[in-house]
Design a protein around this ligand. Sequence first.
Ligand SMILES: NC(=O)c1ccc[n+]([C@@H]2O[C@H](COP(=O)([O-])OP(=O)(O)OC[C@H]3O[C@@H](n4cnc5c(N)ncnc54)[C@H](O)[C@@H]3O)[C@@H](O)[C@H]2O)c1
Ligand SMILES: [Zn+2]
Ligand SMILES: [Zn+2]
Length: 366
Amino acid sequence: MQIRAAVVREIGAPLAIETVEIDEPRADEVLIRTAAIGVCHSDLHFIDGTYAADLPFVPGHESSGIVEAVGADVRHVAPGDHVITCMSVFCGECRLCLTGRSHLCDSPAADRAADDVPRLSADGTGFGQLYHLGSFAEKLLVHERAVVKIDPAMPLDAAALIGCAVTTGFGAVVNTAEVPFGSSVAVIGCGGVGLSAVLGAVASGATTVIAIDVNPDNLELARRFGATHLVDASTVDPVAEVQRLTDGGVEFSFEAIGRKETAEQAFRMLAVGGDATIIGMVPEHQLIEIDASELLFEKTLRGSNMGSNRFRLDMPMLVDRHRRGLLPLDDLIADRITFDRIDEALDELRRGRVARSVVVFDHDEG
Ligand SMILES: NC(=O)c1ccc[n+]([C@@H]2O[C@H](COP(=O)([O-])OP(=O)(O)OC[C@H]3O[C@@H](n4cnc5c(N)ncnc54)[C@H](O)[C@@H]3O)[C@@H](O)[C@H]2O)c1
Ligand SMILES: [Zn+2]
Ligand SMILES: [Zn+2]
């Protein structure tokens, strides 16, 4: 079957929407008609080459859709089911899965083998699927354990954001850092991921939630989501400002940008015993520096991968939170655009625009 997909053939070149062949689902695979795709900064890291991926590949990893066909062994979903995709494809059997860290599983079944028939191809060339998904496409062919079934009453545009940004930001606070009630929290970078961390901090009962960004519109959204203090890092030193606001530093900080300086700021703005979580994808192989003597004060610096999710549990919970009016995902959507405009959305992200652009498909066209 032929579909349209956005393909990266060359780093730095505009994305070309091409017609590609998509294979039939194998026994453990699911074919999905894409409903909506969020444009995440992680896609941009691979498209712009700050992170490496084999070319050519289809980017995209924040998506929702409707199941069209399933392989013979698939039990979790059936045609017609509404789903969210997740890059955290798990095997259920490895040491990481069995010790409760399935988000770190590197399941070999997530992709087809290199010498197998590719899921996506054109003229005999196979295309990689970024993060085992390749969501920038009209249809997705993925492993069964890359999807979770959701309530069909959930709007699929907001559902797409749960596929990465919300699970990542909210999860970094509640699952990775396990922020207790009454804590002080700072979030550096209030794009889709950082704003979701603000929502997680508010949901956790943090009493001080400091949002830091350089874009006043993003800070205003953070305020609406419950941030108690806003810091414009283009006008003040965010570390000094956080120390001033908290009388010495925050208990928990989260970096949601992916830069050396801001990752270092996250550690430097901690109180004694504080805990810094780096969510942002700092460029591959970039070293970051901390003052080692600060470790004597039991400060922690760590990473978070996809909000340490167990997405088959977490995503329906986040859907339910949205349905009950407790997760304002519609406010996170800055723009609903057609698939043809995906390259413009990537440009907007490069320029640091508000929250998320979401591609919404009108499948009446085919
Ligand atoms: N760890 C994970 O599992 C995971 C998952 C998803 C995304 N990410 C990463 O998280 C990061 C954020 O993703 P996003 O999609 O929200 O990005 P985004 O581009 O939408 O948001 C980044 C925000 O940071 C702000 N910013 C830029 N420079 C700043 C500075 N010096 N000080 C303060 N604020 C600044 C921008 O104005 C923007 O609001 C990216 O690096 C992305 O790759 C990581
Ligand atoms: Zn595993
Ligand atoms: Zn993402």
